[in-house]
Write a protein that binds this ligand. Sequence first.
Ligand code: ATP
Length: 232
Amino acid sequence: MLTVQHLTSGYGSAKILNGVNLDLGSKEVVAILGRNGVGKTTLLKTVMGIVATQSGTTELKGQNITKLPTHDIAKAGIGYVPQGRGIFDKLSVKENLRMGLRSRPDGSDEIPEYIYEKFPILLERSGQLAGTLSGGQKQQLAISRALCGDPKLLLLDEPSEGIQPNIVQEIGSFVRELVERRDISVLIVEQNLELIGLAADRFEIMVKGELVHRGLTSELNNEEMLKEYLSV
Ligand SMILES: Nc1ncnc2c1ncn2[C@@H]1O[C@H](COP(=O)(O)OP(=O)(O)OP(=O)(O)O)[C@@H](O)[C@H]1O
């Protein structure tokens, strides 16, 4: 599904990604873990074309998307939910969802039924300003907006940030549902081990802009490893 090879990128003269290699299969959920500031968000932004690739390649289902502008990467099939969610508070819930439809390759302007079935609050509050939603509801809206683009791959950046534990669980099981019922793969940057345990098949640990250690989610109970690589 996604193949990243020797990817480097950064901001001005600051090099942040130092040669990332990553393979994500179809119907797979992979979590990227690592301490603050190691480059996890930068990896998602580079895949998405928001931060320019300096060297290396990114392929989606065999298509080289490395140099494409962000809107074409979205159209090629990647949905992105940024850290902090990127919701437009001054637009209605429905208008936020409609923004996501712009990335649909088939040009459809219908919000997919399953989104409202899963999150009925988004239909109930359809005409309300998105800024009036709770943190958890905004996260549901942000994920739903990305799904409106009918992606094959979803990039989620810290979806658990600032939301209540019961919503964290709901999002974890929703991610699994997406993979199993909708054939979507997910790359998720996350610190919350409960959410990773619920959603991810395996993990990759980033240190100084490189993915240095990987394993199955079931191996995440190794305290020494967690101490070595993470701030827990
Ligand atoms: N727009 C920017 N301009 C300059 N430097 C940046 C910019 N965004 C991030 N950085 C720097 O790049 C490095 C990596 O940041 P990044 O956000 O990718 O880390 P992260 O692993 O996602 O951490 P966090 O969990 O804190 O978000 C940090 O040192 C950060 O200060």
